[in-house]
Design a binder for this molecule. Structure first.
Ligand code: CP
Length: 302
């Protein structure tokens, strides 16, 4: 890869995705052996999150430390952003302090690209509005590939709040680039236009979406992005769109359940499915550190 930044899966070729996954497999081996590298020794990495995060922020931070970098977490709530400092001015400040990479999560689609146009540091998109969440998609395909061996021909059902989900967009692009067939499923009110253009089949019936699926991925209802009622109640949503053991009876025999998390039990997923034998949710989290180590190594060490 020659890139300095990563904004989305949209910009990556299949061979670039494979290169990242190969690097991530090596990083996962190191993690499993309890080892670290010095690939980014002397480099400084900042996390700049304008939205909440548990997994992405902490796994990027640990990934950078595992590569020997120093890390700084910019607390937006306690930074000069609260005094009105713009994204560009904040970015230029971090650049001047000496950051080699800025990992940004922002509620506005395109904010990482705007930042990258104004700093010399590498910019890694950790989720921009309803646009993309590339490192999540990469850790999801890594988890699926390690489980099944290959993705070609696998059937993936992504079910839930597709409209507000950057994960649905990035995962659709990533899984289809690697040869899997993706179906996205939601009530009409939570289905955006354009998913077919990304390579997904669109479905409103959850049982048809799950039928024969190798991977079922429920998505959280993103109440924080909703300004109106998209369905009557959570109970009713769960009755019609919740992923339950009963519904998984029609999935493929070796079906796994993935979820980007955070999960809302008894909303998009029942507790017994989240904790059940098909669930690889914590394997996804573990692979997240490896994928983010791979991204930092490939983008920053230049
Ligand atoms: N999946 C994900 O992005 O989780 P966080 O919001 O906790 O980072």
């Amino acid at each position: 890869m020659n890139a300095k930044d990563i904004f989305g899966i949209k910009d990556l070729s299949k061979s670039e995705i494979v290169e990242i996954l190969t690097e991530a497999d090596g990083m996962r081996e190191l993690i499993d052996m309890g080892e670290r590298t010095t690939d980014l020794r002397g480099k400084n990495v900042a996390t700049l999150f304008y939205e909440n995060s548990t997994r992405t922020r902490n796994s990027f931070d640990l990934a950078a430390k595992n590569l020997g970098a120093t890390t700084t977490s910019v607390g937006v709530a306690t930074s000069s952003v609260q005094k009105g400092e713009s994204l560009i001015d904040t970015g230029k400040t971090l650049d001047s302090i000496g950051m080699d990479a800025i990992i940004i999560r922002h509620p506005v689609a395109g904010a990482p690209r705007l930042l990258a146009q104004n700093v010399s540091a590498s910019v890694l998109n950790a989720g921009d509005g309803m646009n993309e969440h590339p490192s999540q998609a990469l850790l999801d395909v890594m988890t699926a590939k390690r489980h099944f061996g290959a993705l070609n021909g696998l059937k993936v059902a992504i079910i839930g709040d597709i409209l507000h989900s950057r994960v649905a967009r990035s995962d659709t692009l990533c899984f289809t680039k690697l040869g899997a067939a993706v179906t996205v499923c939601a009530p009409y009110t939570l289905l955006p236009v354009g998913m077919e253009d990304m390579g997904a089949k669109v479905e409103t019936d959850i049982d048809r979406a799950i039928d024969g699926a190798d991977i079922v991925m429920p998505l959280r209802i993103q109440k924080e992005r909703m300004d109106k009622a998209y369905f009557p109640t959570i109970e009713e949503y769960h009755r019609y769109y919740g992923v339950t053991e009963e519904r998984l009876a029609n999935a493929g025999g070796d079906c796994i359940v993935m979820h980007p998390a955070p999960i809302n039990r008894e909303a998009e997923i029942s507790g017994d499915v989240a904790d059940g034998y098909r669930s690889v949710i914590y394997e996804q989290v573990k692979n997240g550190v490896a994928v983010r180590m791979a991204l930092l190594k490939l983008l920053v060490r230049r």
